[in-house]
Design a protein around this ligand. Structure first.
Ligand code: PAF
Length: 282
C-alpha cells in the first residue's frame, strides 16, 4: 500500500493502471475509519482491480462553530486498517495540497443543498461537493462508494455527477449499525456513556416510524409527531425530523410509493443523523 499526499503524484501513479485498462474503486473519507467505512472499502476491493481511499478532513465543509479542530485523526490506526483491508493507495493530502492560496472555485448543487442538514449547516454541502469534485478529478475512479447514513450527501453527489457529466458510477451502500441500532459515525466517539445510551433514540424513532407505517399510518405529521415525542423523552434536541421525497428531498404530506424518513438530533453537543428509505406499495 502506498500513501501519497501530492495530487499530481497520485494521478501519475494511477494513470499507469488506467492505461492498462485496470478499474479503480475510490472511497473518499475524512479518516477515523469504522466498520461503515470498511464495508465500503471491502466492496471497492471486491469490485475493482485497484482500490484508492482518501483521508482528508476537509475544512471547507465545516462551519466556523463546528468541530474541525477536534475531529478525530487517528492516522496510524487508519493506515493499518486500510492495509489490512487490501487498499492499494491512500491519498492523504494536506490542506495546502487541496486548497492552494487564493482558491476561489466552488461547486454548488442548488436546491438539494439548502434543505435538511443544509439549513442548519449553511455552506456544508458546497464544501462537500467542491472537495468531492476535486477528488474525482485527481483519482479519476471508475466507481466511487458512499454510505447511506449520509443520505443527503449521496443524493447531492449523484446529482452533481449527473449535472456535470463526471464519468464514473456512484455506489451507495447500507448503513452499518452498532448492536443497539446506532448508525456508525466517526462523531459517535464524542459521546460520553450517558449520551451514548441516549443516542439509541435515533434508530428507535426510525423503528417506531416503520411500525406505524406497517400498521397503516400514512399521514406524515402523525408519524413525525410520534417520532419527535419519543426523541424529546430522551432529552435529545431535535434539529429536524422529516418525511421527504427521496429524489427532491421536499416534504411529503402522505407516505407515497417511495419515501425517505430523515432526522438530525443533538445529543449533548454532538449532532447525529440517521435515515431510512421506504417503499409503500398500498
Ligand atoms: O462523508 C465524508 O466523510 C465526507 O463528507 C467526504 C465525502 C469524504 C467529503 O469530505
Amino acid at each position: 500500500m502506498r500513501v501519497i499526499s501530492s495530487p499530481n503524484k497520485i494521478r501519475q501513479a494511477l494513470i499507469k493502471y488506467k492505461l492498462k485498462g485496470k478499474t479503480i474503486g475510490f472511497v473518499p473519507t475524512m479518516g477515523a475509519l469504522h466498520q461503515g467505512h470498511l464495508s465500503l472499502i471491502h466492496q471497492a476491493v471486491r469490485d475493482n482491480d485497484i482500490t484508492v481511499i482518501s483521508i482528508f478532513v476537509n475544512p471547507k465543509q465545516f462551519g466556523p462553530k463546528e468541530d474541525l479542530n477536534k475531529y478525530p485523526r487517528p492516522e496510524e490506526k487508519d493506515l493499518a486498517l486500510c492495509e489490512k483491508a487490501g487498499v492499494d493507495f491512500v491519498f492523504h493530502p494536506k490542506s495546502k495540497d487541496m486548497y492552494p492560496d487564493n482558491f476561489t472555485t466552488y461547486v454548488s448543487v442548488e436546491g438539494l443543498s439548502q434543505v435538511l442538514c443544509g439549513k442548519s449547516r449553511p455552506g456544508h454541502f458546497a464544501g462537500v461537493a467542491t472537495v468531492v469534485t476535486k477528488l474525482f478529478n485527481i483519482i479519476q475512479p471508475d466507481i466511487a462508494y458512499f454510505g447511506q447514513k449520509d443520505a443527503q450527501q449521496s443524493i447531492i453527489i449523484k446529482k452533481m455527477v449527473r449535472d456535470l457529466n463526471i464519468p464514473l458510477k456512484i455506489k451507495v451502500l447500507p448503513t452499518i449499525r452498532e448492536k443497539d441500532g446506532l448508525a456508525m459515525s466517526s462523531r459517535n466517539s464524542y459521546l460520553n456513556i450517558a449520551e451514548r445510551k441516549k443516542a439509541r433514540v435515533l434508530s428507535q424513532s426510525l423503528n417506531l416510524a416503520r411500525i406505524l407505517i406497517q400498521n397503516g399510518a400514512r399521514d406524515a405529521d402523525r408519524i413525525i409527531n410520534r417520532m419527535k415525542a419519543l426523541i424529546k423523552k430522551k432529552a435529545a434536541k431535535i434539529d429536524y425530523v422529516e418525511l421527504v421525497d427521496p429524489d427532491t428531498l421536499q416534504p411529503l404530506k402522505k407516505i407515497s410509493k417511495d419515501y425517505f424518513i430523515v432526522l438530525a438530533v443533538k445529543i449533548g453537543n454532538t449532532r447525529l443523523i440517521d435515515n431510512f428509505q421506504g417503499r409503500c406499495l398500498n
